[in-house]
Design a protein around this ligand. Structure first.
Ligand code: AMP
Ligand code: GLY
Length: 416
């Protein structure tokens, strides 16, 4: 049976996944999708997982790829597996690596995978006692999913305790962690039980403002490949992180099938796990998929058959810049129209939070869309994207970072 893939989700990552599948001549549908995705492929809604599974069967979908963590946390994979539907996305238990930071930290310590020293606190009193054993800046993380708002970093102990107490109203526990000073990297693998494949790395820009200032966001732009990831560092990541993760999953009898996105902090050439995500990143996916040469469906079949073939990428560099509504992440504006046209050659727009009117697009979320390109160099990418952004008729209503990719220059200079 020829493959027909369902992408679950509705954001920029899912838009890019549908674009890639269509480009590689694979039948694709998306649920619930978005107005932008509907311009590429059929989209449809579902009431609950029962309804979803019925529609998957009716529409003769051969495999489901799960986009956001929300569905994984709700157990969509467990449900679909029970219904004998093939799904690329881990079960609820395996997804605890992302959805429960206390679980992830204990997994990391148990399997001796490098990560920041940390303790788990269940009450404000415990936090007050434990924080004295750490030096500032303090890192406090809500244990459960918190849509990018679950991490606080700062040097004031009182503020740290206040944030922690607030978080404990909604989360059973929190993680207090040693601050790691270094450079971050998003490292992606696909896992099918014992097999895995490297799916590329990207560098995201999580803070809202240039020079990594301002509040944390879902991600304001990414580029790939990452010159920080030299072959020696990649060998260390595979040996000290990926292999022990795979062995740890096996020892703990956790079957994992899906993407694994490891957030890594590189400190003095040594990789430390900051967090696991049991899915692809957004906007990292957009950067990775522009470079991807081997079709995703082929990678999935190779992974399943245990083939050692490597995932191939196109030469060149990809980069994207996220355009967010002014006021994002706290209070994004929505009273303006987005005229998205005259997109330069070799550039692609992936929508995250928009809806269609008859003529134009309207905001439907904080991060609106990203403009993406693949070129010979980072500078060529920046030159292709930034002049177009500067001419956007709704420029005054949006915010974006003007320094996406700049951090890479230092490593490129070191390589030359
Ligand atoms: P997380 O959700 O755990 O990835 O944290 C969000 C962001 O907070 C990360 O991307 C880092 O920029 C920062 N962060 C998290 N943990 C640490 C840490 N231990 N040291 C320094 N920065 C951190
Ligand atoms: N860009 C970071 C994430 O997807 O969580």
């Amino acid at each position: 049976m020829s493959p027909k893939i369902l992408i679950l989700g509705s954001g920029g990552r899912e838009h890019a996944l549908c674009w890639h599948l269509k480009k590689t001549n694979i039948a694709v549908e998306c649920a619930p999708g978005s107005d932008a995705i509907a311009e590429l492929c059929p989209t449809w809604n579902f009431k609950d997982f029962e309804d979803l599974s019925q529609k998957i069967k009716d529409k003769k979908i051969t495999e489901v790829i799960v986009g956001p963590e929300k569905y994984l946390a709700e157990g969509v994979s467990d449900f679909l597996i029970q219904k004998k539907i093939k799904v690329f996305g881990p079960t609820k238990t395996a997804a605890l690596l992302e959805t429960d930071k206390a679980f992830a930290k204990s997994f990391l310590f148990k399997h001796k995978i490098p990560t920041a020293r940390s303790v788990t606190a269940e009450t404000a009193k415990e936090l007050t006692t434990e924080i004295k054993k750490f030096l500032p800046p303090y890192v406090i993380k809500a244990s459960g999913l918190a849509a990018g708002k679950g991490v606080w970093i700062g040097s004031n102990q009182k503020d740290a305790i206040a944030f922690g107490s607030e978080m404990l109203k909604e989360h059973a526990s929190l993680v207090l962690e040693e601050f790691l000073k270094g450079e971050e990297l998003s490292y992606f693998v696909l896992i099918d039980g014992k097999h895995h494949k490297f799916f590329g790395a990207a560098q995201d820009h999580k803070r809202l403002l240039e020079n990594d200032e301002g509040p944390n966001t879902g991600g304001m732009g990414a580029y790939s490949p990452v010159p920080l990831l030299n072959p020696q560092l990649q060998t260390k990541i595979e040996k000290k992180i990926i292999q022990p993760v795979l062995k740890g999953l096996e020892k703990d009898s956790i079957f994992y099938r899906g993407f694994l996105f490891v957030g890594i902090m590189v400190v003095a050439d040594e990789p430390y796990v900051l967090e696991f995500n049991c899915r692809l990143g957004d906007p990292e996916t957009q950067a990775l998929l522009l470079r991807l040469k081997t079709p995703l469906t082929e990678i999935l079949s190779q992974l399943e058959s245990g083939s050692e073939k490597r995932v191939e990428f196109l030469p060149g560099v990809s980069l994207n810049v996220v355009i967010a509504a002014k006021g994002y992440p706290e209070n994004p504006g929505k009273d303006f129209e987005l005229v998205i046209d005259r997109v330069p050659k070799e550039c692609f727009v992936f929508h995250s939070g928009t809806k269609r009117t008859q003529k134009n697009w309207l905001p439907n979320g904080g991060r609106l869309f990203s403009i993406n390109t693949i070129q010979n160099s980072l500078i060529d990418c920046q030159n292709a994207i930034y002049p177009w952004i500067a001419e956007l008729p709704f420029l005054k209503k949006v915010t974006y970072r003007k320094d996406i990719g700049v951090k890479a220059y230092r490593h490129l200079r070191a390589l030359n």
